[in-house]
Design a protein around this ligand. Structure first.
Ligand SMILES: [Zn+2]
Ligand SMILES: [Zn+2]
Length: 260
């Protein structure tokens, strides 16, 4: 755990307090992997449980969302608007982009080192989930990733072309290839993704890394998207806690869910 400067803490409270929502890590209330809603007495949501049990491809068990993005709220709109096509100078002034930059900066300063405490070895690299629809130029997520710790070396992956969008939602290692597996063998690599709906893209990257010899993968997700209509009657109690109004604070650890 690192010290958060009072200036950064104050700025985060002012700019993100009313918009972002710290994910909850409460056993049997939220999914122990993705922090999404679960049915009473369940430890994982349906999708995470299915992916974790599948024997044919390994997936990451450590998923760290920095905020919830509840459908229809400003946080959810931010996840689309930050990457709207626009010139670079305009993006730097875009409020959605600025909020996500601040959110990721707060994580990098206050909690990136928390990953080293819970893992078997310190994180030394980061792979940003490459855009699957061939998009020209640098993806805004890669620009945001510049605030992550400098000692996290960039790990490059290539998206396998011509895989239908429906199939992309499944966690499949063959969706990505790793040009230089020797550089990451035995290491702890962070996968950075912007939005988690069911986790297919990020888990495909994690799976490709683990099969290539990476020892540990932690997935850092800017936002865990929450639909309030999906299986509502099943997950009602969990959803109520997720939707409870509370001010976002950088002092709540996204890795452990505890205050520090
Ligand atoms: Zn889950
Ligand atoms: Zn922490």
């Amino acid at each position: 755990m690192a010290e958060t400067s009072p200036v950064l803490r104050e700025m985060i409270r002012e700019r993100l307090g009313a918009i972002m929502t710290n994910p909850l890590r409460i056993p049997n209330v939220t999914c122990e992997i993705c922090t999404g809603p679960v049915a009473p007495r369940y430890t994982r949501c349906y999708r995470c449980d299915r992916d974790a049990r599948r024997g044919d491809a390994p997936v990451a068990r450590r998923v760290i969302p920095l905020t919830y993005a509840i459908v229809g709220t400003q946080a959810d709109r931010d996840m689309y608007r930050y990457k709207d096509p626009m010139p670079k100078a305009q993006r730097l002034r875009n409020p959605s982009y600025q909020r996500l930059l601040l959110l990721l900066l707060g994580f990098a300063r206050a909690h990136a080192s928390c990953l080293d405490v819970v893992a078997s070895r310190p994180a030394t690299g980061v792979a940003t989930v490459p855009s699957l629809r061939g998009r020209p130029g640098t993806h805004p997520l890669c620009t945001l990733a510049a605030v992550l710790p400098e000692h996290w070396n960039e790990v490059r992956l290539e998206a396998t072309p011509d895989i239908p969008e429906m199939q992309r939602r499944e966690a499949r290692p063959e969706h990505f290839t790793l040009p230089d597996p020797a550089a990451v063998a035995g290491k702890h690599i962070v996968v950075l993704e912007d939005t988690w709906v069911q986790g297919g893209h990020a888990q495909s990257v994690a799976s490709a890394l683990l099969l290539a010899g990476v020892a540990e993968v932690s997935i850092v997700v800017i936002a865990r998207r929450i639909r309030t209509d999906f299986q509502r009657s099943l997950v009602e109690q969990s959803l109520q806690q997720i939707l409870t109004d509370r001010e976002y604070s950088v002092d709540i650890c996204p890795v452990t869910g505890r205050h520090h």
